[in-house]
Design a protein around this ligand. Structure first.
Ligand code: DAT
Ligand code: MG
Length: 219
């Protein structure tokens, strides 16, 4: 049950950083958000029966709180129509995150409704779905790296551009909450759902950028 790799990971949590720039496990092999739920019971049993504290189960969003963590980032139709795609991508790329997947999509109503399912009872939901399905494409992306979910939210800025830090995407380029340019996963569970909703696993690239170690190492 207890592998050398797991032992090294445990050691890394206590100050030995031998694997600190490496994903803690082999590449995730989950096919999507639904598949990610498979094996949860077995994993819980394993956790209950071992003294080894695992950092979490890998999903299509990588492994939370490791360099393999992934976030779903989407430039909404106003960002594409306003030709801000390059400027927005630059914020993630020059920060040091790894581009894992990117495509334009003209979302169906069903896809937009599923993406924002948590907000379906809110009064702005119909307008939100209409905006996302305007006919102008969105740019759907997956970015990877340490803390990319939290950092992604900071790069994007607060939901209402009025509250967004001036250096954030929304704080720099947006005015209205209803046209706030960009989406970023707000948690590991959201990232798992959203990456699984927008991408197939075989659309997610695996490679190591040349400067990866320089950017992600903790010492
Ligand atoms: P975020 O996109 O920052 O995760 P959210 O998940 O609360 O914010 O809401 C999703 C989107 O819905 C948001 O980007 C813009 C829209 N929205 C949220 N609150 C709104 C409001 N009060 N009026 C109009 N649109 C709103
Ligand atoms: Mg949200």
């Amino acid at each position: 049950m207890f592998s050398i790799r797991q032992g090294l990971r445990t050691a890394s949590r206590h100050g030995v950083r031998a694997l600190s720039t490496q994903p803690a496990r082999a590449a995730p092999r989950y096919a999507g958000a639904a598949a990610a739920a498979a094996g949860v019971a077995a994993f819980a049993l394993y956790q209950a029966n071992t003294a080894v504290k695992m950092e979490g189960k890998p999903t299509i969003a990588g492994e939370h709180k490791t360099v393999s963590e992934r976030s779903f980032i989407m430039i909404k139709p106003d960002g594409v129509s306003r030709q801000l795609v390059g400027k927005i991508i630059d914020k993630f790329e020059s920060r040091g995150y790894k581009l894992v997947a990117l495509k334009t999509v003209t979302p169906s109503k069903e896809l937009a409704q599923e993406h924002y399912a948590d907000l379906s009872s809110r009064p702005f939901f119909p307008g939100l779905v209409a905006y996302i399905t305007s006919g102008v494409p969105v740019v759907a992306m997956v970015w990877e790296g340490k803390d990319v979910i939290k950092q992604g939210r900071r790069i994007v800025g607060a939901t209402n551009p009025l509250d967004a830090d001036p250096g954030s995407v929304r704080g720099q380029y947006a005015v209205s909450v209803g046209r706030n340019l960009i989406h970023a996963s707000d948690s590991f569970d959201s990232a798992t759902k959203e990456i699984g909703l927008w991408f197939k696993e075989n659309e997610l690239s695996q490679y190591e950028p040349a400067a990866w170690g320089w950017i992600m190492a903790d010492n």
